[in-house]
Design a protein around this ligand. Structure first.
Ligand SMILES: Cc1ncc(COP(=O)(O)O)c(C=O)c1O
Length: 387
């Protein structure tokens, strides 16, 4: 019943004949393969038996890097979102730039801007199913059309969405990338990544993984594979809590803005309602919520410090809610006071109470005119059911 951990760096064979032709080594590990196959089954669940496979990597960035190495070359061009995960952006402008890969960062929400960015040398259009930096929701079917017209592939970094929220292969993406350390593992105790797709584009990624030795260790693979067992239950609950949390916090007088695709005013809300329907009971909008308090830049760190329940951490997707003041950490271009919440499995009323008290505290400390808010209504749970 339990998955064995093949904690080995190599395999012994019965004799020379059995060994012949098998360049076995650290590249193939059954525990890592079981993890990749499990994630591929989730991403490919809606494709009517169309073969979908996966490759496991030692980190999310190792998976991202392998995709670029597989499809870009000196002189190749990439179209990527103007707002995106900083690590991928740094890879494109840094190492890949040095090797002659040119990137245009475009607003993927603007079809004309994407069309204008495409060049004959464009090999990849890179999207994030749910924007890691600004929670944008890209129009994957449209991007797939534009990419394919130009002979390029559409790759979706689905780290913030997970296959519980959206399965990009069903919307035209050619490959899906995951930083599995976040929602997939779910407990903040294992680092890994994966690339999922149909056999043909995936083969090139597999070759790069083998050439670069970018493998997932067996113990990590065991933990990430176990994470898949509870992924749908965890992520649905995290999304539902995030939806309730966003709606409740948006009403606090000390809050200038709440950014969450589940809120009707969010620019990606309608697209999310169309694309984020992977779950059996309707649309989910992810578990990351950005809260911008009134009071200028200092209000961001002040809010982080006034919260009692969340952990202060750059990581996301775990069972424990985490917060980060984004301007002083991972996304320096974001609104200066914005605080990113990655909602965990705590009780929603506890989270809303904690943030309400924290906002009241910083409102008093910063001398904001906002009056203290009433206690969060007991019917929070009913007021914003997922839809
Ligand atoms: C959207 C996204 N892509 C890629 C990565 C990189 O993953 P890793 O930290 O495992 O290298 C992350 C990390 O959080 C991420 O959020």
């Amino acid at each position: 019943m339990g998955l064995p951990v093949w904690r080995t760096s190599a395999f012994a064979f019965a004799d020379a004949a059995e060994h012949a032709g098998l360049a076995s080594g650290h590249v193939a590990n059954p525990t890592a393969e079981a993890f990749a196959a499990g994630l591929a089954a989730l991403e490919g669940a809606g494709l009517d038996g169309d073969p979908v496979e996966g490759e496991a990597f030692g980190s999310g960035m190792a998976a991202v890097t392998a995709v670029f190495l597989a499809f870009a070359r000196s002189g190749a061009h990439v179209v990527a979102p103007s707002s995106m995960y900083g690590g991928t952006r740094d890879l494109l402008t840094g190492t890949l730039g040095r090797f002659g890969v040119d990137t245009t960062f475009a607003d993927l929400g603007d079809a004309d801007a994407v069309r204008a960015a495409m060049r004959p040398a464009t090999r990849l259009v890179w999207a994030e199913t749910l924007g890691a930096s600004g929670l944008e929701v890209p129009d994957l079917p449209l991007l797939a059309e534009l990419a394919h017209e130009a002979g390029a592939l559409l790759v979706a970094d689905s780290t913030l969405a997970t296959p519980v929220v959206c399965r990009p292969l069903e919307h035209g993406a050619d490959l899906v990338v995951h930083a599995a350390s976040t929602f997939i593992g779910g407990h903040g105790d294992a680092t890994g990544g994966a690339v999922i797709g149909r056999p043909e584009p995936l083969e090139a990624v597999r070759r790069v993984r083998s050439e670069t030795g970018s493998v997932l260790a067996p113990d990590e693979a065991f933990l990430l594979r176990r994470g898949l067992e509870t992924l749908p239950v965890r992520v649905r609950r995290q999304c539902d809590t995030a939806n309730l949390f966003a709606a409740a916090v948006a009403g606090h007088p000390g809050v200038r803005a709440v950014d969450y695709p589940g809120l009707p005013g969010h620019p990606g809300h309608e697209l999310a309602r169309r694309l984020f329907t992977a779950g059996p009971e309707g649309t989910r909008f992810g578990a990351v919520v950005t809260v911008t308090p009134h009071g200028g830049r200092d209000a961001g760190p002040a809010l982080v410090d006034a919260l009692r329940l969340p952990l202060v951490a750059a990581s996301l997707g775990g069972t424990h809610t985490t917060v980060a003041h984004v301007a002083s950490t991972t996304h320096p271009r974001l609104d200066e006071a914005a605080v990113r919440f990655s909602i965990g499995l705590e009780d929603v009323d506890d989270l809303v109470r904690d943030v309400t008290e924290a906002l009241d505290t910083i409102g008093r400390a910063l001398g904001s005119a906002a009056p203290p808010s009433p206690r969060p209504p007991a019917q929070t749970r009913l007021a914003a059911e997922p839809h």
